[in-house]
Design a protein around this ligand. Sequence first.
Ligand code: SIN
Length: 308
Amino acid sequence: MDVSTTIAGVKFTGCFMNASGALCVTREELLALGRSRAGAIVTKSMTVEPRQGNPSPRYYGFSGGSINSMGLPNLGYRAYAELIPELKRFGKPIIASVAGLVEDDFPVIAEAVNAAGPDLIEVNLSCPNIPGKPQIGYDAEASERLMKRVRKIITVPMGVKLPPYFDPAHHALMGNVIGRCGVDFLNLINSVGNGLVVDPKTETVVIKPKGGFGGLGGTIIKPVALANVRAFWKHFDGRMPIIGTGGVMSGLDAFEHVLCGASAVQVGTLLVEEGVDVFGRLEAEFVACLREKGYHSIADCRGRLKEL
Ligand code: SIN
């Protein structure tokens, strides 16, 4: 069974990888991803300076998923630019995830990290967890300005990681913006921002930052993720490579993402809960699923969701 995939001309031998943020901050975590069955190594979204992130508790797992408000804890772009050449020895694509606290940060980081030679760069327009900083992806004008600025600098395939959109008008608006910016792939979706989980026993929120508000992940967000993958797949008539992220807890979930149009899938909550061994399990389940349905590859079933 062929579980390889190609995104913007870059070949991935496996279609499962970590979502940025999940076990990918430190050198040790990135090396562990390199040794695992993950099809790629995705770095934590990097900022200009190293960050400790938000105060703890800042991640909480529950039966339906997770809520987090990590606040971009990361080593700073200089450290990742040094690490990228070392990660190359694993022979799998490296996706550098670029964030920023203000717009002017993005080109600075993009330039340095691009020079370090990742295979692809993902521009994160969707972190919901920096107090006082709205998600850029919900501002179409700012998103366009920023994507055009970094596009001039980035020489490897450039993707954008977007927040979920909840209305076809917003899919169309952002789809049109993306179409004007030379974007090579999409990563859909970041966590569903600013959810609130309540513990009725203690009558408290479950995470400390932002009064308990945080990004939702895991099973509960799968329908939102699938809807965004599908909407953008259709907007671009299947010609924009999409990495599906959100609610992938099994090979069957991954199959659903592929049916909606994903070329690869990223794993966040499940990876945090179970560790890097999940990639082997997911791949085996995905292969069994394709086999049972008579498909031979991802390309065979990508985007083939039937409508009623
Ligand atoms: C975080 O570090 O708070 C999560 C990053 C993201 O959602 O982009």
